[in-house]
Design a protein around this ligand. Structure first.
Ligand code: FCB
Length: 456
């Protein structure tokens, strides 16, 4: 039997824009995702998060579902523009109150609240003022973090600042596949840096208020392999690992950007003092893991790095000649290769190459295009197999000595999958988007049983 430590955290994750809906209710201001969804051609089928899965009104039922599953923790994100409609200035009491009620409900149900302060929904007013490429946004983020933490810090112990800064910076500002949809390589690097600075400033501000809380960020890490041992492929793997993994891990945990990546990215630069601001001591690091990148280099050829239905621009600033090639593994409904050993490898690598910090898998899961059967069942054997394999990888990492303390599956509920709209379902729980009816899938029952036994 594959038994997990007794105090292992068993969770599921969501994000505000993907589930809340109530986009224009109770004083919420618009975010870049509201604007992006209204830009023709940006989101599949013109879908929006206006209603999403109506979690804003149904949070009590959703917390009851979590309790039924036996979750020990729930990772959700806070909508900045619900709390501060203009991104700064006067808070919206109804917005803060929603998160107070959610936290109370969770605590009452015995589920630990794990809020993330930024899961990509920048208030539109701040984007109008320049967005993440502007340094001021990092300061506004720290003010917002302090405000939310002031309201909830007495009852919430674990705090995540930013989610997947790679996506926010490079999909948002370089390839334009995500909000705000800009295509400006230089701006995307400044955005990445300011997301990091914002993280550091927010940790400083929150820690000053409640030193006993636990603070961290959630980064999307990938296993990266060269297609062959040809030097061009090895260099491609170095670049992609550099941009995807080390460009965030190094400043967060080592207090510097990787030299080789800085050389690739010249003339990108930053104020030296920022390195110290970013590298606040962390109490936890969130690792979001989905797949492996296999890459090859084509010397002298300016091939686009990724295939994207939305844009011919690449998020791989400084590595536009790198090609992403199939690694020969089965794929999920997203077309992402399933590579559970890559999770063990990724966790071991973080533990080996960086100072010790408690690790949590803050996202891991599989998206498919699934259907509810007439008898009210959803047989999602693919998801069960995916989760089983990745939890075994987590168990293996713990056996290797990795300080892995918990696992959050993405996602609790089917939801708005960004540029894919509602076409991809990641939930343990099926949602009928017309009626909002929730139906636990086979994977929900399976996960509940794993949690109950603490073992696979
Ligand atoms: C991650 C995001 C999350 C979800 C999953 C599938 O990159 O953080 O919101 O969309 O991918």
């Amino acid at each position: 039997m594959t038994v997990f430590p007794e105090d292992f955290t068993w969770g599921a994750a969501t994000a505000a824009y993907q589930i809340e809906g109530a986009a224009a209710e109770d004083g919420r201001g618009p975010s870049v995702w509201d604007d992006f969804c209204r830009t023709p051609g940006k989101v599949l089928n013109g879908d929006t998060g206006d209603v999403a899965v109506d979690h804003y009104h149904r949070y009590r039922d959703d917390v009851a579902l979590m309790a039924e599953l036996g979750l020990s923790a729930y990772r959700f994100s806070i909508s900045w523009s619900r709390v501060l409609p203009d991104g700064a200035g006067a808070p919206n009491p109804a917005g803060l109150d929603f998160y107070r009620r959610l936290v109370d409900e969770l605590l009452e149900a015995g589920v630990q609240p794990w809020p993330t302060l930024y899961h990509w929904d920048l208030p539109s007013a701040l984007e109008k003022a320049g967005g993440w490429p502007e340094r001021d946004t990092a300061h506004r983020f720290a003010d917002y973090a302090a405000l939310v933490h002031q309201a909830l810090g007495d009852r919430v112990r674990h705090w995540t600042t930013v989610n997947e800064p790679w996506c926010a910076a490079f999909l948002g500002y370089a390839s334009g596949e995500h909000a705000p949809g800009r295509r400006d390589a230089a701006a995307s690097l400044d955005a990445a840096h300011h997301l990091m600075v914002g993280h550091g400033l927010a940790v400083q501000a929150m820690r000053a208020q409640q030193p006993g809380n636990r603070f961290g960020a959630a980064v999307n890490l990938y296993a990266v392999s060269p297609a062959t041992d040809d030097p061009a492929d090895l260099d491609a793997a170095r670049r992609i690992d550099g941009l995807q993994n080390r460009f965030f891990l190094d400043p967060l945990l080592l207090g510097r950007y990787p030299e080789d990546v800085l050389a690739d990215l010249e003339p990108f630069g930053f104020a030296p003092a920022d390195a110290g601001t970013i590298a606040q001591p962390l109490d936890q690091l969130g690792v979001n893991y989905y797949t492996r990148h296999t890459v090859s280099g084509v010397p002298g050829e300016a091939t686009q790095a990724v295939s994207s239905p939305f844009s011919a621009h690449s998020p791989w600033v400084g590595a536009e000649h790198v090609r992403f090639v199939p690694g020969g593994r089965p794929v999920t409904g997203m077309g992402w290769e399933i590579d559970a050993p890559g999770l063990r490898e990724t966790l071991a690598r973080v533990a080996r190459e960086y100072p010790a910090v408690p690790l949590y898998v803050t996202e891991n899961g599989a998206g498919y295009d699934e259907h509810l059967n007439g008898d009210g069942t959803v047989h999602d054997a693919g998801r069960v197999a995916y989760l089983d394999a990745h939890l075994r990888a987590c168990h293996g990492a713990i056996a290797d000595g990795v300080p892995l303390r918990g696992y959050f599956t993405w996602s609790l509920l089917d939801n708005f999958e960004w540029a894919w709209g509602y076409s991809k379902r990641f939930g343990l729980v099926h949602v009928d988007y017309a009626t909002q009816r929730r139906v636990p899938k086979d994977s929900a029952r399976w996960y509940a049983e794993v949690i109950r036994r603490g073992a696979l």
